[in-house]
Design a protein around this ligand. Structure first.
Ligand code: KMT
Ligand code: NI
Length: 175
């Protein structure tokens, strides 16, 4: 089951550590920044969410030392660079665990979501986020895409000028 809290902001310590500030974040707050959480114990439930939201594509990624070897660290560094995507995307934890950090709206703090099997997150297009493993060092995740996989990551701050970023910020302003 997901655990959601503010990151302590200490980036000098290994990013796979929990970095729990001790301040929890209610699921409702995630919803306010456009992030939708759902616990899905079966893949049928994942399929239902995907269908409901018009998703057409998916892939499975296994991120660990044994599946990726020397490619793991550069991959993790890329996932951990603050970025956004052009499309809404779903991430579902099949096995293992991971941290999805999403930027809060008002004061730019990181909200950390620790996902374990069955946890599904919908990330809106244009939200700044990053991902890392926990100290368990492995996750197998399903990534769902609306159309063709558009997992190209656009890093901050260059992505600030993208229309998708502006649209995302405009959607917050109307909440
Ligand atoms: C993302 O969008 O940052 C990712 O897909 C991270 C890897 S999914 C476990
Ligand atoms: Ni991403």
């Amino acid at each position: 089951m997901v655990e959601i809290y503010y990151h302590d902001g200490d980036d000098a310590v290994d990013f796979r550590q929990p970095h729990n500030s001790g301040e929890p974040v209610p699921e409702q707050h995630l919803a306010e920044i456009g992030v939708f959480y759902r616990f899905c114990p079966t893949q049928d439930q994942v399929d239902a969410v995907a269908k409901e939201r018009g998703y057409k594509n998916r892939d499975v990624v296994a991120i660990s030392e044994s599946t990726m070897g020397e490619a793991l660290l550069p991959k993790l560094q890329a996932f951990y660079a603050e970025h956004l995507h052009e499309d809404e995307e779903i991430r579902y934890c099949i096995d293992g665990e991971g941290y999805f950090d999403v930027r809060d709206a008002s004061d730019d703090r990181w909200i950390r979501c620790r996902v374990t099997p069955g946890d599904l997150l919908v990330l809106p297009a244009g939200i700044y986020h990053r991902f890392t493993l926990t100290d368990a060092n492995q996750i197998t995740a399903l990534r769902l895409f609306k159309d063709e996989p558009k997992w190209v990551a656009h890093n901050r701050p260059d992505a600030d000028t993208r229309p998708v970023r502006k649209d995302y910020l405009a959607s917050l302003a109307t909440n």
